[in-house]
Write a protein that binds this ligand. Structure first.
Ligand SMILES: Cc1ncc(COP(=O)(O)O)c(C=O)c1O
Length: 388
């Protein structure tokens, strides 16, 4: 089979850097024991690697205290921990229509089951929310603002720094969902006025699946909504309040943390800014190429400033799913079609009525040649549709 052109990095990056596979294999074989639970050498080595990765990610996100970097399974898990741990019955939260279901659904459950009210700020024609819209919605009982940092459908990067400034003025914590941006662009929580950041390991951080987490800035206390083993101070009846134990439960994903460690180190050797520049160049090529094709509609791609390499489009008269199938079967191009777990984005774009859109997600290993092939494939599909 011809080599696949992988343009589904919005879902997960593939392949991973070789170091990630190697590290996971070697580390788990050599030190695959329960970290931090005992004092023998292997256990200490496993524990040291976990602590080293906390420090690595804390520095990576511009945080200060590695103990406040907690590991969970993925961004969904981390967002659930933060949202359920920061809101209670009678509170009000503000979010956006750009969110992924891993923000929308926890908030919906709180609305349905715990009388938490939620406002959703819409994005403008270019795909951006406006900080002043958040300020207008703040109430006495607003206890959380949750913002998608980079969209997994339209690729726009939101002005979180300005939204965070408003949050600080009103004493409201801001949580950002950095699932799409972490590893694609530099992020510094202090510079961006972020209180809590949720990340996932398997996308642009170049780690494996099943690992993600939160960095929680000083002064923000998230209630624990779970309880269990932490490996330390076992005689204490309730779950421990201090970080990182406060938000970690049971045996961690040790091979996942080892892989994430290798992924982040790989990013550091490449330079996140270099990866960002490479992906921006490919995004521009893709956007410019698709713009030339009559019958192709792209969403929020006119201005590529503050954009990551994610592009959604449709071909007039074709279902997104059919375009995706043709890209796969006829051209060996992998992409994602449908609503992308972000139903309100499609509702606002009106693409919910045509079953969503086709999404190309660019990753660090994509090449200019692959982008040219993808543009040509869309051209051929569009022409074949006209002939039919
Ligand atoms: C913006 C955004 N948030 C959250 C998630 C959920 O990430 P995970 O599946 O790793 O929990 C995704 C994944 O597609 C995403 O794109």
């Amino acid at each position: 089979m011809d080599r696949i052109i992988y343009l589904d990095s919005g879902a997960t990056t593939f392949p991973k850097p070789e170091e990630v596979y190697q590290t996971m294999n070697q580390f788990y074989r050599a030190y695959g024991v329960n970290p931090g639970r005992s004092g023998y050498d292997m256990c200490m080595m496993a524990g040291n690697m976990v602590e080293d990765t906390r420090k690595l990610l804390t520095d990576f996100f511009g945080g200060e205290n590695p103990n406040r970097l907690v590991f969970g399974y993925n961004a969904t898990d981390a967002l659930n921990l933060a949202i359920f741990g920061l809101l209670k019955a009678g509170d009000h939260a503000i979010t956006t229509t750009i969110e992924h279901n891993s923000v929308l659904r926890p908030l919906y459950h709180l609305f349905r089951d715990s009388q938490v009210e939620v406002d959703h700020i819409p994005f403008d024609r270019k795909g951006f929310v406006h900080p002043e819209d958040f300020e207008r919605k703040i109430r006495k009982n607003t206890r959380l603002i949750v913002v998608n940092h980079g969209s997994n459908v339209i690729g726009t990067v939101q002005p979180v720094k300005e939204i965070g400034r408003i949050c600080r003025e009103h004493g409201i914590p801001m949580l950002i969902d950095a699932s799409q941006t972490a590893g694609k662009m530099p992020i510094n929580v202090r510079e961006l006025n972020v209180d809590v950041i949720a990340f996932t390991g398997h996308k642009s951080l170049m780690g494996p699946m099943g690992i993600g987490g939160l960095y929680v800035c000083e002064g923000i206390e998230i209630r624990h909504t779970r309880a269990g083993g932490t490996g330390v101070r076992s005689a204490v009846r309730p779950h421990l309040d201090e970080y990182p134990y406060r938000l970690e439960y049971g045996t961690p994903n040790l091979p996942g943390i080892a892989g994430l460690n290798a992924g982040v180190k790989w990013l550091q050797t490449q330079g996140v800014e270099n990866i960002q520049a490479h992906e921006e160049k490919l995004l521009k090529m893709l956007r410019d190429g698709l713009r030339e094709i009559e019958g192709v509609t792209m969403y929020c791609q006119d201005d590529l400033t503050n954009h990551i390499g994610v592009l959604a489009f449709n071909i007039d008269g074709l279902e997104a799913m059919d375009t995706g199938t043709m890209l796969d079967v006829d051209f060996n191009i992998a992409c994602r079609t449908g609503l992308h777990c972000a139903p309100l984005v499609h509702e606002q774009l009106g693409t919910d009525k045509i079953h969503g859109a086709v999404r190309f997600g660019i990753g660090p290993f994509n090449t200019e040649e692959e982008i040219r092939t993808a543009v040509q494939a869309v051209r051929e599909i569009t022409l074949s549709r006209v002939k039919r």
